[in-house]
Design a protein around this ligand. Structure first.
Ligand code: ZN
Ligand code: ZN
Length: 1005
């Protein structure tokens, strides 16, 4: 008999048996009997499948050897607290802040119910906690501190009751006091991280081993644990612990069950999934019934007389409790996570009527219920409004990707329940497809994800995206581009395209082979891109090797943002040259997070009014021109500060060779007091040339009298403070600086990014007259490995009321020897606002001179040295005085001597007359006048000018006789009425909007 036949007959017996007791759940649903039978076949045929099975067996080996009593006793109950910190303010009782560099959750296991400091090696607590725990169990085997034997609570290193340390460092579950009387919550930390971590690993490894072997011994052991968890779970509630000061992942709500409500979701999913996975394996397990019913009798725990009674127990007291918790805020993870939890738990519960009710509820406008504090919304809100048109979630960094990654799982999760026919997500929600594309689009140089907001560590690089995700996307959408992505990420190997669930398939390599056949190997070229609501536009070189990339940020209303409008970043020489500080030491109300890490002054942007900018205020791209060697982005953030006339930045990346580029940066601002432009390079020290700085002996950037990290006022004000007291070791100019100077950072690197023989630098050329120039030290978060100790900041201040500024800067990332000889400001004649036109000459060491002209709006300008220009951005490259090339954008004229570049039009402009989003693959915008039927406009950007606070720049995918198509990037913004999804959509582009398609013209010799 083949394995499949055996299993099929087991299944029939089960069905009969179930019918006899009128029991609802029919079979394992997530990994079915058929899938387990496929595994056994695949193991015979494929070495990789045998390897996967073997690793699952090894991973479960230690757990399956444990006896049932041992597993049963592992499960701790409500009154043994859980905590994710011991005391993050005090650190280690022995070495204090010495533990900080070891991360947010630094403690290591130092024995049973003991934690060890990774820095000094000290071990806490000093008592035998498990002995005390066992003395404190009630009739159900649940721990209560007051029942415990107090005589067991003493410091084992100081057993003499007269020893002053006899009762010090002793933890009864609720924390210990150190010699200074400061409380540390070691047992609660151990219980949360180590003990419940072990419980979770144990049932998960056992359940997986069962799905890969069909051997019921694994199902039995997992069931012992799950049954015992079902005993304690109804009492599990984090709120009482939160009230007592225990900390967990609940976003401030205090809610949760075993863990805080955010992380409870992952644990809940793994418990529900494990239950479903082992269900088939325990239906005839009389030994399980014998064990559990004996325990039930001894501890007064209800009916466990049969496997079915045990299943009912688990379903009623664990699975149903999880589902209820999704509506009462005790399971309230980051967006999308509640839905995932509901689907897995409802499928595991597998009572048709109830399960379908829960799956439908995910689309109900009342989901998940008003008690859910996580701000969670129904599935269609996530896919229509929460996710942006580019497929990114509504938060920064990994938080936003969490939405996206959970959304990419939705279609397969709903498919777990074949009786569910409510929605076809792939057909109904156009943004879902973009969730599969977004990760490569978020990266610069195919290797670095800008650390925008609470994201990453200072100076980190890291690649996003996975072949498995693209393969899944291809399976769902059959888009050849997704196949191409999968093929590239798998390095053109069918083996590497294998996904985690292939082992359960009848033809495990079918998808990989199909992708290999569809994907055409094309030479890979980096693209410049812009992401509207996420607010990340970047330009970069075409090749990642020795590549350079420049990004600017203008996100709108995103969670975990910093006050960082128009912040810029630069990757060059394999280094993050303007390292964004990234994830704070801790989130929540951690003062340094708000006063410094997330504040404006710590970013490479402009601080006004000595006050943090508005949070995630959004911006609009005015120009996005890619004409190598020149690439220009111009972005306005009119909501960055209230009542400012201008807050706008033009940045350009200019290649001078295959390996070097520089950045031209013009920041224009009008209104408000005290404009302070902040930059920081990748080193603790910087060499300043061309101006004299005087060391300030004491204090901080705030003043010589104000100490480090003091706040402007009351504690609550750390949300508003300037951040000046986090800038220390200050040097300032004694008088206004109106001459050209440079600042040079020799890159420091704790991440092994500087290759042998290289000496990368960033040199900044400052061209702006200022009332004061200062440098100072600022600290990145210190609990990330590889984080620099401090970075050197440059602060250029233009002081006074109603200030108007045009800051002009050139950034030169170079290796060992600079390639720029000098940067000169050129005189300009024009009729426009004096702060709206900037022209510089960049003289390179090889005899090349670049003349760059940036106008805020199109202007007619005569530039010193014989250049005439009429437009927004122009560039002339001269080699030994001869024109080598010219570039101009949104312009009609650029001339130098006899060489003249002209364009009939600066831009195509007009009005939007209609939109049509009915075909998700072909979003149409009709224009008056329409664009010329000229293929050269495909791939160019079109800017829609309107009041939408999100950037509304699109790439033209197709020029139609009536207008354009934005392809599969939707023009839908979200729901028209958030209270009534049936009222239809609101759009990012609307009839009446102005449109602009700037022309880019070039000349090469
Ligand atoms: Zn220590
Ligand atoms: Zn930041």
């Amino acid at each position: 008999m083949t394995a499949r036949l055996i299993l099929a007959s087991v299944l029939c017996v089960l069905l009969l048996h179930s019918a006899a007791v009128s029991y609802a759940k029919q079979c394992s649903r997530i990994i079915t009997a058929e899938m387990r039978a496929n595994v056994l076949e695949n193991v015979k045929n494929f070495p990789w499948a045998a390897n996967e099975q073997n690793s699952a067996i090894s991973a479960a080996a230690a757990y399956v050897e444990k006896n049932d009593d041992e597993l049963w006793e592992m499960v701790t109950s409500q009154e043994l607290p859980r905590d994710i910190h011991t005391n993050k303010e005090a650190g280690c009782p022995n070495c204090g802040k010495g533990i900080t560099p070891y991360g947010n959750y630094p403690w290591q296991v130092g024995g049973d119910w003991k934690l060890k400091c990774p820095n000094c090696g000290a071990i806490y607590p000093k008592n035998d906690f498990w002995a005390f725990y066992k003395s404190g169990l009630d009739e159900h085997g649940y721990f209560h501190r007051e029942l415990g034997d107090q005589s067991l609570l003493f410091n084992a290193e100081h057993p003499d009751p007269n020893d002053p340390l006899h009762k010090v460092y002793v933890d009864d579950g609720y924390g210990l006091l150190d010699e200074k009387g400061v409380k540390h919550r070691f047992i609660a930390y151990y219980n949360s991280w180590i003990h419940w971590g072990n419980i979770r690993r144990t049932f998960a490894a056992l359940a997986r081993a069962y799905t890969l072997t069909s051997d019921p011994k694994y199902a039995h052991k997992a069931a012992v644990l799950l049954d015992r968890i079902a005993d304690v779970y109804p009492d599990m509630d984090f709120k009482p612990l939160s009230r007592m000061g225990f900390e967990h992942s609940h976003g401030g709500s205090g809610r949760g069950r075993i863990l805080g409500c955010i992380w409870e979701a992952g644990l809940a999913q793994s418990m529900a999934e494990a239950y479903d996975n082992i269900w088939d394996g325990i239906q005839n397990d009389t030994e399980l019934a014998t064990f559990c019913s004996a325990k039930a009798k001894q501890y007064n725990l209800g009916d466990k007389s049969s496997p079915q009674a045990i299943c009912t127990h688990i379903e009623e007291r664990l699975i149903s409790e999880i589902l209820t918790s999704c509506t009462d805020g005790r399971v309230a993870p980051n967006p999308g996570g509640t839905q995932v939890t509901v689907i897995i738990a409802a499928v595991a519960l597998d009572r048709k009527e109830e399960t379908l009710k829960w799956l439908d509820f995910l689309f109900d406008q009342n989901f998940p219920g008003e008690l859910n504090a996580g701000g969670e919304k129904p599935v269609q809100w996530i896919l229509v409004e929460g996710i942006d048109r580019d497929g990114m979630g509504g938060e920064c960094g990994g938080y936003g990707l969490g939405w996206t990654r959970r959304a990419t799982n939705f279609p397969d999760l709903f498919a777990l329940y074949p009786d569910y026919h409510g929605h076809n997500l792939v057909a109904e929600f156009p943004k879902l497809k973009q969730c599969f594309y977004i990760e490569p689009r978020l990266m610069c140089l195919d290797s670095a994800f800008p650390n925008i907001g609470d994201s990453g560590g200072t100076g980190t690089w890291g690649r996003l995206g996975s072949a498995a995700t693209f393969a899944k996307g291809y399976r769902l959408f059959k888009d050849p581009y997704m196949a191409a992505l999968a093929w590239r990420y798998a390095e053109e190997s069918v083996e590497r395209l294998r996904t985690a669930d292939d082992i359960f398939k009848k033809e495990p390599l079918a998808l990989a082979n199909e992708i290999a056949a569809v994907a055409k190997a094309e030479p890979f070229k980096l693209k410049c891109d812009h992401l509207g609501r996420y607010g990340q536009a970047y330009v970069q070189t075409e090749r990642p090797e020795e590549g350079r990339a420049l990004w600017i940020h203008y996100g709108y209303s995103k969670g975990h943002s910093h006050a960082d409008n128009l912040n810029i970043g630069l990757y060059a020489k394999n280094i993050d040259m303007l390292p964004e500080l990234g994830y704070p030491e801790y989130t929540g109300a951690w003062p340094k997070r708000h006063a410094w890490t997330a504040s404006t002054i710590s970013h490479n942007t402009l601080l006004v009014n000595d006050h943090k900018a508005n949070y995630s205020a959004g911006g609009k791209i005015n120009l996005f021109a890619v004409q190598p060697p020149l690439r220009v982005m111009d972005v306005t953030s009119s909501r960055a500060y209230n009542d400012m006339k201008t807050y706008r930045r033009t940045v350009a990346l200019l290649d001078v060779s295959d390996t070097d580029s520089y950045v031209f940066d013009v920041f224009r601002a009008r209104g408000g007091k005290n404009h302070r432009l902040s930059y920081h390079g990748p080193a603790q020290t910087a060499t300043v040339s061309g101006i004299q700085l005087v060391k300030q002996a004491t204090g901080t950037f705030a003043s010589p009298d104000v100490e480090f990290a003091t706040l402007d006022g009351e504690l609550a004000d750390f949300y508003k403070t300037s951040g000046f007291t986090y800038l220390y070791d200050v040097e300032r100019t004694p008088a206004p600086a109106d001459n050209y100077y440079t600042v040079d950072w020799e890159c420091e690197d704790l991440r092994g990014r500087i290759k042998e023989g290289k000496e990368p630098h960033l040199r900044l050329h400052a061209m702006t007259p200022c009332d004061e120039v200062a440098t100072a030290a600022g600290d990145p978060p210190q609990n990330r490995s590889g984080a620099p100790r401090r970075l050197r900041y440059l602060l250029q201040s233009r002081l006074g009321d109603n200030v108007e500024s045009q800051f002009v800067t050139v950034l030169e990332p170079y290796d060992t020897t600079p390639f720029i000889k000098q940067v000169r400001t050129l005189k300009v004649e024009h009729d426009a606002d004096p702060n709206s036109v900037a022209a510089v000459a960049v003289d390179l060491t090889d005899g090349t001179t670049d003349i760059l002209i940036s106008c805020e709006e199109r202007a007619k300008v005569k530039v010193e040295g014989g250049v005439e220009f009429d437009g927004q951005f122009g560039m002339v490259r001269l080699i030994n005085g001869q024109v080598k090339l010219m570039r101009m954008s949104n312009a009609t004229l650029l001339s130098f001597g006899d060489t003249k570049l002209v364009s009939e039009k600066a831009a195509y402009e007009g009005t939007v007359t209609g939109i049509d989003a009915s075909d998700a693959a072909n979003n149409l915008v009709t224009l008056d006048p329409p664009l010329p039927q000229d293929a050269a406009l495909v791939g160019r950007t079109i800017h829609f000018q309107n009041d939408v606070p999100i950037d509304t720049t699109y790439d033209i995918k197709q020029v139609t006789p009536q207008g354009i198509s934005t392809g599969d990037i939707t023009v839908i913004w979200g729901f028209k009425d958030p209270a009534d999804y049936d009222a239809g959509y609101k759009y990012l582009v609307n009839p009446g909007d102005r449109y602009v398609v700037p022309c880019h013209v070039g000349l090469d010799r």
